[in-house]
Design a protein around this ligand. Structure first.
Ligand code: FES
Ligand code: MG
Length: 595
């Protein structure tokens, strides 16, 4: 029987699947297909294999990325799931970003990764794609790119690492990295201890084992319906993780058949569910930036959700998951408490259960149809609080506004270490940038006391491209030695999701913006932060603020724009195109609305 692919009288339909899709390269579609087959056969595929739906698997493995170290095993299990369901699995690489090995910051490269993901998913003949990721910026970048490419996608995360142990106490990256380093700085633990702790903080492959950004985004992906119900919490090194990978492969073949694209799956309600989960888990402040960027990619949802929405949902949503940095436990404990399935059962009254998921079922149907054996409330492993006895009554993440942050600022109130600071008034101690901070913060002569407000300027998206996680301004050593553990700290930067303290972040507009009020704060100015009133205010007369802004503008006009215009390469693209944190720090030309 002649091969129908070479029948010149039968046109190849525009909506053909598998290898037959998108044959535009040579004008002659039959020839394009003929050539594709020539080259893919060099990899050993048969005509039978090539007749199947093609499920791409995005491989973000790198030897620089311990959070993704289990990806080879996950790919194998995902392929098994795909091939058991009649698909052809083909994996391909995109860039890999690890928090510690992506200078200047992984956030600087998040948008690049989203472009890589979008274009490779679009370019290659995949009917559906499994996006395997895990470390902080990876899952947001993949979902941003996936929504823009708008082919069927399913997410698979690498899963959290196991906790380690030191002197009989469990420890894990990276809340305990910071706690222990702070103790070492303050002189309460010695060099032997800190060396031993270093060996145990990340004892296995996988993502940080607390409610940092990676864990937060994994939970968010389940809430969005983009990942299997049990996909967020199973440890990276568990057999459960491999079974989830197999299930994800099967789900991707199903998505290829239903052709449900992420723009069809995701709705405003999906994102409201994600924000509810974000608040209930005491999720990372970074997730606010990522979610705004993800939402900005969706043509129908963009513009319908803003920072205010996060705050409104927060007021109705209690914090239920007792994990570091807001609480005490680790992701493995959340998994053993029933994970996201148990949380979604508890949150049902607050969720939009009609929101769609990638399986085609609604979130409510998914919750109801997934086998669930609740963990007894009083079980020692249960770190999930019931709705009527929360860990924190509401608003784990708050959005502050006022003349100091007209575009808003974000604080993880639940991770404050000294709750008195949630309503605080103090004198500013200002650092002009990260270098200035590094130079002066431990200076014994620094004019600072426990009531001071530490202000760090110029670590926003444009001011310090990549918006570093430098918002956790260290306590000046002389105060640390006196036992001061928390101070009110304000910046236009970000903070690691694994960190805690009374920290105001993402102030927008950022200080690099000539109109920014944060940019004109001076030493000794009085600052008021009142979380109850959601207020962040600079107590300086309006005329004086205006005067200082005018002064700065003249300097900026000359230097600022020139620097942006003449910086080459990706950095130049970044500086010219990045939008503010309250819009997700995405590139304006990548958003659904465009520049
Ligand atoms: Fe990768 Fe924390 S460094 S998740
Ligand atoms: Mg992080």
């Amino acid at each position: 029987r002649p091969n129908a692919d070479y029948d010149l009288n039968t046109p190849i339909p525009d909506d053909a699947a598998g290898l037959r899709q998108g044959l535009t390269s040579y004008g002659d579609a039959h020839f394009s297909l003929f050539l594709r087959k020539v080259f893919i056969k060099a990899l050993g595929y048969s005509e039978d294999a090539l007749s199947r739906p093609i499920i791409g698997i995005v491989n973000t493995y790198s030897s620089f990325n311990p959070c993704h170290a289990n990806i080879p095993q996950l790919i194998e299990a995902t392929k098994r799931g795909i091939q058991l369901s009649g698909g052809l699995a083909i994996d391909f690489p995109t860039i890999s970003l690890h928090e510690s090995f992506a200078s200047p910051t992984s956030m600087f490269l998040r948008n690049l990764m989203s472009m890589d993901t979008e274009e490779m998913v679009r370019a290659q003949p995949c009917d559906a794609v499994v996006l395997i990721g895990g470390c902080d910026k990876t899952t947001p970048a993949q979902l941003m790119g996936g929504i823009s490419a708008n082919k069927p996608i399913v997410h698979l995360v690498t899963g959290p690492m196991m906790p380690g142990s030191h002197r009989g106490v469990r420890i894990g990256a990276c809340t305990d990295c910071r706690n222990n380093w702070a103790k070492f700085r303050a002189g309460t633990i010695d060099v032997e201890d800190i060396s031993a702790v270093n060996e145990e903080l990340a004892p296995t492959a996988g993502t940080c084992g607390v409610m940092g950004t990676a864990s937060t985004m994994a939970c968010v992906l389940v809430a969005l319906g983009m990942m299997p119900m049990k996909g967020a919490t199973a440890p990276a090194v568990s057999s459960a993780r491999l079974r989830i990978a197999e299930e994800t492969g099967k789900l991707a073949v199903q998505a290829a058949a239903t052709k449900l694209t992420p723009q069809q799956v995701l709705s405003r309600e999906s994102f409201l569910n994600a924000i509810t989960v974000l608040q209930a888990i005491g999720g990372s402040t970074n997730a606010v930036v990522h979610l705004m960027a993800i939402i900005g990619r969706h043509p129908e949802v963009a513009g319908t959700i803003d920072l205010e929405t996060f705050d409104e949902i927060g007021r109705k949503t209690p914090l239920l998951v007792d994990l570091k940095p807001s609480g005490e436990n680790y992701m493995t404990d959340f998994h053993n408490s029933g994970g996201m399935l148990a949380l979604l059962h508890a949150l049902k009254p607050l969720l939009h259960l009609n929101a769609r998921t990638v399986s085609g079922k609604t979130l409510g149907e998914e919750i109801a149809s997934t086998a669930y054996i609740p963990v007894p409330r009083n079980s020692p492993v249960n770190c999930l609080h019931p709705l009527d006895k929360p860990l924190y009554a509401s608003s784990s993440l708050v959005v502050l506004q006022g003349n100091l942050a007209p575009g808003g600022a974000v604080m993880k109130a639940s991770a404050s270490k000294d709750r008195r600071l949630l309503s605080h008034q103090g004198r500013a101690v200002v650092f002009a940038n990260s270098a200035d901070l590094a130079q002066r913060i431990d200076d014994p002569e620094l004019d600072v006391d426990a009531n001071s407000v530490l202000v760090l300027q110029n670590i926003g998206p444009v001011g310090n491209p990549g918006m570093p996680e430098a918002g956790l301004i260290p306590i000046p050593r002389k105060l640390g030695e006196q036992g001061v553990q928390d101070m009110l700290r304000i910046s236009d930067g970000r903070m690691s999701g694994t960190a805690g303290g009374t920290i105001v972040l993402h102030v927008s507009p950022e200080s690099a913006d000539p109109e920014s009020v944060l940019g004109i704060v001076r030493n000794g100015d009085e600052i008021v932060c009142d979380v109850e009133k959601r207020l962040l205010q600079l107590n300086v007369p309006e005329e004086e603020i205006k005067r200082r802004i005018e002064l700065r503008k003249t300097i900026f006009k000359a230097i600022g724009k020139a620097a942006q215009k003449h910086t080459r390469g990706y950095r130049g693209l970044y500086m010219r195109s990045v939008n503010q944190a309250n819009r997700g720090a995405d590139f304006d030309f990548l958003t659904a609305a465009g520049p």
